[in-house]
Ligand binder design. Sequence first.
Ligand code: DGL
Length: 287
Amino acid sequence: MLRHCTTNGYCDRPIGTGAINVAPTIGVFDSGFGGLTVLKALLEVIPQSNYLYFGDTARLPYGSKSVQTVARYACEAARFLEQQGAEMLVIACNTATALALPQIKEAASVRVLGVVEPGAQSAHAASKSGRVVVIGTDATVSSHAYQKALASLKIEAREKACPLLVPLVEEGWVDHPVTEQVASIYLQEAFSDGFSSADVLLLGCTHYPLIKPVLRRVVPTTVTLVDSAESTALAARELVRSTSESNSQERSELRFFVTDSAEKFKRLGQQFLCRPISNITHIDLKE
Ligand code: DGL
C-alpha cells in the first residue's frame, strides 16, 4: 500500500481508498473566513482538484481559545470533511495547526497538512540573517509552534501576537490608516531590541495576506514577507504530485460548509477568495 513521506511531519496515511491517478478531493478547514486565503492559493497551484471547505463561523475566533477547545472543534471538522469525501485535509487555520495538528492527524484517516511546517520551511529558505519575525493570533504565539519549527531549522524566531489585525480585516479595513497604525505599532516592537537584523516577516495567520500592502509599508524594505498560505499550497501540490497524475478536469468543484449564516459567508468570504462564492451549506455540528 502506498504511504506518505513523514520527513516533513506530514501524516503517514494511505491516500484515499481507491484510484490514485487523479487529484484527490481536498478538504480545507478553517475557523471561519480566513482559510479562504489558503483555498485561493490552493486553487492557483492545484486547479485540477475538487475542494470541500469547512468554515466554523459560529465558533470563531479560535485565536483566543484554549488548546482543548480548538482541538475538539478541529477534530469534529476533520471528521465531517472526511465524511463528505475529503481524501486529504489541509488545516488552513494557523491556530488550529499550531494547537492541535497531532490530535487532528489522530482523528483523521487521510493525509493531513498543516500550515506551520510549510511556512517555517519557506521562511528558512528566505532568510539570510537566520532571524525571522512571526506574527499570529494570541493562541498561535503562545503555543510557540512556529518558534519550535524554525528552531529545528536553526532559525531564531521572535513571535508577536497581533490580535487586533483579525477584526480589522473582517471589518474590511484592509487598506485603512488605522490598520496601518496598528500594524506599525506591533511590528516596530517586533523588529526592535536585537531583532532589527531579522529579514523575514512570516505571516502566521489566515487573515494577513489581505493586508500584505500595509505590512509591506511598515517593515524595513530589506524584509521579505513570507505567506504561510502560499507555502502550504505549494507543499500540498508536492504531496498531490507525488501520488497522482493531473487529470483533465479544468475547473474545480467547490463546496462550502459553514456553521453560521451562509449569507454572511457568501458576502464576506468573496473578499478573501477574490471570487464569488456559491454552493454553501449551513451545518450544525453536534457537540
Ligand atoms: N484562522 C485563524 C488563524 O489563522 C484566525 C482567525 C481566528 O482567530 O479564528 O489563526
